[in-house]
Design a protein around this ligand. Structure first.
Ligand SMILES: Cc1ncc(COP(=O)(O)O)c(C=O)c1O
Length: 369
């Protein structure tokens, strides 16, 4: 397995930044809980994305869960959620005993379609919150989505798990809504092995999220709890990895862009191939390079040809409204996300790939034509 090429796998810095922070935690026996790396990672991440406050958590999923709690989402509430996403966006809605309504994508962004969102607002005027996702590091059409949420006075949560390093009109994704979340899971553009971050300009709500994430301990000598608690905090060792990784985020975005441009140049003119959309307002992190196929070569042909050479590739995420667990919930839209799922190929986008490996992948794919 060691020579396998992955879609996106951990890539520690050549400079060893991560180990310096982790070593410091070891040297001071400050392994857990919390500590200077956690504070530092929160400060540095918030600074990087331009948010006032951040809470370092055990996962991106935990961050979405606490964002929903901070937004006051509870039993029976409706939450709009893109259908084209990873299930971790939708699962916390269920943790809160709320009800997801899935919204279709549009072809211009592959993300939440503002027209379908507007339609959903007509159908569910009492909706409590909207979660928008920046899938594969492509930003959603934020001006329109923010405007609609403001008009309907609804809390907006941005799932920027895949879009650290992506800017919409010069502003970092994850900072347009009331809350934003990031993931540092192993396949993300930077990773801490596992972890997440909740960001907001509302410092009070972030302080509350930290409180919930450490078992909601009231100020008392004994353990006292007036609210439900969670064990969702990031450890000081993990945060050390994050601080080191943050230093190479710009390098990683540069390499991801290089990979995308390589594929587009090599494969973009093949019959039926179309690459993921990039808009004039979008400066993506190119987390994954993704294309769709409309010709005689099918996605399965590519998955099989690459797998034969021990190279990972994948379909586009299967929409939530088509998932056995979620199909009972309502869906607003047409067939855009379904078509993307049928036709899409996520190409290997690992930043450790050499030019020779990229060249080989290009050749394997081109041969199918
Ligand atoms: C769009 C999206 N949302 C949420 C998550 C959840 O993040 P985590 O794995 O850190 O819980 C992920 C990735 O795993 C994701 O891709």
């Amino acid at each position: 397995m060691s020579d396998r090429i992955f879609l996106s796998s951990p890539h520690m810095s050549d400079e060893g930044y991560e180990m310096e922070y982790v070593q410091e935690a070891f040297d001071t026996n400050w392994i857990a809980p919390l500590g200077e790396n956690v504070n530092g990672f929160e400060r540095e991440l918030a600074g990087k994305v331009g948010s006032k406050a951040a809470a370092a958590l055990s996962s991106g999923t935990a961050a979405i869960h606490l964002a929903l709690r901070a937004a006051g989402v509870g039993e029976g509430d409706i939450v709009f959620c893109p259908t084209l996403t990873f299930s971790a966006t939708a699962n916390p809605i269920i943790y809160q005993n709320a009800t997801p309504v899935f919204i279709d994508s549009n072809d211009e962004t592959w993300n939440m379609c503002p027209k379908a969102l507007e339609e959903a607002f007509q159908k569910y005027p009492d909706v409590k919150a909207v979660i928008v996702v920046h899938l594969y590091g492509l930003s959603a059409d934020m001006d329109k989505i923010v405007e609609l949420c403001k008009k309907h006075n609804v809390v907006l949560i941005e799932d920027a798990a895949e879009s650290l390093g992506t800017y919409y009109k010069g502003q970092h994704t994850g900072t347009f809504g009331d809350y934003g979340i990031f993931s540092f899971n192993g396949n993300k553009i930077i990773t801490t092995s596992g972890g997440g971050m909740l960001v907001s300009n509302n410092e009070e709500r972030i302080a509350k999220a930290r409180f919930w994430a450490t078992q909601s301990k009231d100020k008392a000598r004994h353990y006292q709890h007036s609210e439900l608690g969670f064990n969702y905090r990031m450890s000081n060792v993990v945060a050390g990895i994050g601080r080191g990784q943050l230093k190479v985020l710009d390098q990683r975005v540069e390499k991801k862009k290089y990979i995308y441009e390589f594929y587009k140049r090599e494969l973009g003119d093949l019959e039926g191939v179309q690459f993921m959309p990039t808009n004039e307002w979008d400066a993506p992190n190119y987390w994954l390079s993704v294309m769709t196929l409309n010709g005689k070569v099918r996605p399965l042909d590519i998955f099989e040809a690459l797998e034969e050479e021990n190279i990972e590739s994948r379909p586009i995420w299967k929409p939530m409204h088509m998932q056995p667990f979620f199909e009972k919930y309502d869906f607003v839209g047409t067939d855009v996300s379904e078509k993307l799922f049928e036709k899409g190929v996520c190409l290997p986008s690992d930043t450790k790939m050499t030019d020779a490996q990229l060249g080989k992948i290009g050749e394997i794919i081109k041969e199918l034509w």
